[in-house]
Design a protein around this ligand. Structure first.
Ligand SMILES: Cc1ncc(COP(=O)(O)O)c(C=O)c1O
Length: 449
């Protein structure tokens, strides 16, 4: 099919696009008309209107930072205002009298959050912040005993995860140098080979206590096969958990079926739920009734039927709720509620389908520009295989430094820069358009020429 300003007939592109779209570049065109046609055919296009785009720039922005901080859903203000009004009206009685009683506020988020990560409702709870939740879960799932005392993780995990892992190890009187096994890309490569993760699990089979990996690597955008890693970890007797900061709301997750022991994610990236917003936790149902599991406890994790008897001696709630420490931060949860409702309406299947198409189109636009400008080439380090990535593309800008990024920013591109020459961009399927991808390409081309 030759490039043309006409989108191929719907049956044709529906047939072609889902499978290895990036290998079918001949059907794409780097033009405004083509991008607009794709937007017209996009069943999720109207969701863009549910979000607020930054206004600080003179013109319209291209917002590609949903992997860092998602945009504000328009309903957030309304939902937060309702809580402020109820607080003003009822004071402390708002715990039971407000329209969404604060006492059980988190419960209305559970079902929708569980759908986003593929968990059962009693396996999921929304509470605290991400690093707090990772610590709380690792306190339970990292129980070094005898020579089974090591943790396996990816090298160059997000710094907060590295510190959390190191401090969990030292908390048990062990040494990160000896007890933290970090799997790095091979010499001269940027992505971690999954076979190397599996080989290391086998190599340390009698010494591994826990595996904890970022489901999607924050820097490269590489998505790991969580099901295989979990299976391999369980086969050697280790517990397996994931940091899903860059996966929740981005990847089609199936945590229950994959048999993952635990996971945590933040609400503020692809889940658009306010800066530093509330986090989610997953604990597989086989651990739902495990009062024997060590944990750091707080009153909100106590059996809710008898919580207010305020007796000493901790009795955990059934399921993930048993890991809660504190009562709900309602204002942050109101933002999360507004966003989860959008996810629920769109559905992760449709979001995932658009993610692959949108990312493939953006990839095509970047490679098209790169091919036509040999002095300034862009090399995408994120895997080409769509089953190994989500919405993020991490790009090496060869022959260019931060000046390129600054000029893009001046034009209204909101993205992320990492020294020495990496741009991270993430088209979020709920609010980004094919036209955004085209405009990004135009700006890129203007800047390099
Ligand atoms: C992969 C990953 N893990 C952990 C964190 C830390 O999150 P928080 O500050 O919400 O605890 C981040 C924050 O960006 C992250 O990207």
């Amino acid at each position: 099919m030759s490039a043309s300003s006409e989108v191929p007939p719907k049956e044709v592109y529906c047939y072609l696009w889902p499978e290895s779209a990036h290998r079918r570049y001949s059907m794409y065109e780097n033009s405004e008309a083509f991008a607009r046609k794709l937007d017209e055919a996009d069943p999720l296009a109207h969701f863009r209107g549910k979000f607020l785009f930054p206004t600080f720039h003179d013109g319209e922005v291209v917002y590609f930072s949903g992997n860092s901080l998602g945009l504000q859903p328009k309903k957030v203000r309304e939902y937060i205002n309702e809580e402020l009004d109820d607080w003003a009206t009822y004071g402390v009685h708002g715990h039971f009298m407000s329209r969404r009683p604060w006492y059980s506020y988190h419960e209305q988020l559970t079902g929708m959050a569980a759908k986003v990560v593929g968990g059962l409702p009693h396996e999921v709870v929304v509470t605290h912040s991400l690093t707090t939740n990772l610590h709380l879960l690792m306190v339970s799932f990292y129980q070094p005993e005898g020579k089974r005392n090591k943790i396996l993780c990816e090298a160059k995990a997000f710094p907060s995860d590295q510190y959390a892992l190191e401090s969990q190890i030292t908390f048990h009187g062990l040494s990160p140098k000896e007890h933290l096994i970090e799997i790095a890309p091979r010499e001269g490569e940027e992505l971690i080979r999954e076979e190397d993760i599996l080989a290391a699990i086998e190599q340390y089979r009698d010494e591994l206590s826990m595996i904890m990996i970022g489901g999607v690597n924050y820097y490269t955008g590489q998505l790991f096969d969580m099901e295989s890693i979990t299976r391999a970890g369980h086969a050697v007797g280790a517990t397996v958990g994931f940091d899903l900061a860059h996966a929740a709301g981005n990847i089609n997750l199936n945590l229950h079926d994959w048999d993952v022991d635990f996971a945590a994610w933040c609400g503020y990236k692809y889940l658009n739920s306010s800066p530093g917003g509330v986090s989610g936790m997953f604990v597989h149902e086989r651990h739902a009734n495990r009062p024997d599991l060590k944990r750091f406890a707080g009153w909100w994790g106590y059996d809710k039927q008898t919580r207010f008897q305020m007796e000493p001696g901790f009795k955990p709630m059934f399921g993930a709720e048993g890991w809660q420490l504190s009562n709900a931060p309602v204002l942050g949860m109101a933002a999360h509620l507004a966003s989860l409702e959008i996810f629920d309406e769109a559905g992760m299947d449709r979001i995932g389908e658009k993610r692959d198409k949108l990312t493939a189109y953006l990839e095509f636009v970047i490679e098209d520009i790169s091919n036509r400008n040999p002095d300034c080439t862009f090399e995408i380090m994120t895997p080409k295989d769509k089953s190994k990535r989500g919405a993020q593309l991490s790009i090496h800008a060869h022959g260019m430094g931060k000046e390129l990024f600054d000029k893009l920013s001046e034009k209204g591109v909101i993205a992320d820069w990492r020294e020495p020459n990496v741009i991270r961009i993430a088209p979020a399927p709920l609010y980004n358009s094919y036209e955004d991808c085209y405009r990004f390409g135009q700006y890129l081309e203007e800047v390099i020429s």
